[in-house]
Design a protein around this ligand. Sequence first.
Ligand code: HEM
Length: 441
Amino acid sequence: METQAADIPGNAKPALTLDEKQLLAEATLKDYAIQAQPHDYYRAMRKGDPVHFDEKLGSWLVSRHEDILAVQADPITFSVNMGYHTQQARGMREEFQEILERDGGGYFPDAIMSDPPYHTRIRKLMENAFTAHRVKELEPRIRDAVVELLEQVADKGSADAVKDIAVPLTIRVIVEQLGLDHGMEAKITRWSAAVVAQISSMQNRETMVENAAQICELQNYLISKMRQRESQPSEDMISDIVHAQIKMPDGSVETLNFEEAVSLVRALLIAGNDTTATAIGNLFLLLATRPDVVRLLQESVDDDRRLTRFVEELLRVEPPVRALSRMTSCETVLGGTTIPAHAHMLLVYGSGNDQEEVFPDPRKFDMDRPNLGRHVSFGGGVHRCVGLALARMEVKVMAREIARRMDNIKLAIAVEDIRYLPTVATRTIEHLPITFTRRVG
Ligand code: HEM
């Protein structure tokens, strides 16, 4: 498919080198090598073909910061509803839906993955679960969980930072947050991976069927919890969702129906799980490989404002979410490129964060950037991450407690041997073996 950006007067693009041309012609966001080392690919797109059609993926990749913001500002032309649901179990949607209807209590489309005006109502009701009070209340429990996990490994001198620390922490937080049963950790990990796989663009039929079975089990469990909370509300986010209400300007009261509520509880369980664990895995990777980042963390550890900036720059430099879906509801022009109606697109957040015109010297970890908050790691516009306060807090508590307890963090494998989960949606390290010493004094 031809893009037409260069044909537009005043929209001339810098010439690509031969290597860059070849990269754009041959690579795809699905390539493992691109997932591991994305920055040259991102730069080539931004420079030569900012809204690039990835033929192997069948998706338009939006690579520039300003174009990502433009998409976020127009949720009707760039539909999450169409984009997300096309991506889900891509090519096998009907069968996926049948399995859930038969064995999983029903097929509950993700109510939050929708467009205004429907999304506006759902979002307001979902925010009931994210009051400042609810998030603040979790902080001491998160701190206890972080300290416990770090203390379990502190004297051993080695651990898998993802499997022993990041994943157990985020699962523990979800269990606390939603009021689920302790001891479900292994199941929650499996369920979460199965839901994420639906938007990975990397499933075959066999894995789709296995994942669908996991999602059925997840839904049946959540439905039983929700039924309990209907009659016996408690201090947790499932109760907040089940009993969510908003008052409309005309005095009427809006609530969620059962299908919507199930889909939102499922979204809460999944959306914050992999993403936050990924952020913590990335934190360990930087601490193990970049002495400048170690120094900045040590300097910030007792200064809450500095530590907040540290976390923000971490999220910019290593965004957990790689690319999320949209679909054009009509033909449109974005960044000088004409995109047809009903075209699948991916907003490449990692590329937006890496744009040198917006964040000079983008690979530098610079907590003093004046525009730190302009990163797009949490998306933007009406779909901006609803759990960002919780996510920031989890990462911050983790960073502070690591700095107080661990020194000399090193990778126990070569950087080239780091493996990532096979998905276009996130850039998630699967295992991160590290060594370290306990901090003294
Ligand atoms: C570091 C951790 C996190 C990152 C990087 C992250 C990233 C994102 C991004 C990029 C979006 C925008 C989606 C889009 O543009 O289509 C988003 C939306 C969302 N996030 Fe997060 N997230 C994180 C943690 C969480 C947590 C902890 C929760 C909840 C427990 C959560 C719940 C959601 C939900 C429900 C949405 C959809 C919001 C909407 O469409 O209105 N996220 N997140």
